[in-house]
Design a protein around this ligand. Structure first.
Ligand SMILES: [Zn+2]
Length: 58
């Protein structure tokens, strides 16, 4: 996967830089606590498609 592209993507909600997840299947916004999916290598930067991260688990 080309992480160079992912590194310049910004969160559609707050414009913070997105961090690629280790599994390459999501982009994390630390500020929003949302993970945007990456489907077939294409980031889906839609807030409706994002899922909240599980911080610390529960
Ligand atoms: Zn954000």
């Amino acid at each position: 996967m080309d992480t160079t592209v992912l590194n310049i993507l910004a969160c559609p909600a707050c414009n913070a830089p997105l961090e690629p997840q280790e599994n390459g299947r999501g982009l994390l916004c630390h500020r929003c606590g949302l993970v945007f999916p990456v489907i077939d290598g294409i980031p889906v930067l839609l807030i409706d498609e994002a899922t909240p991260i599980r911080e610390g688990g529960r």
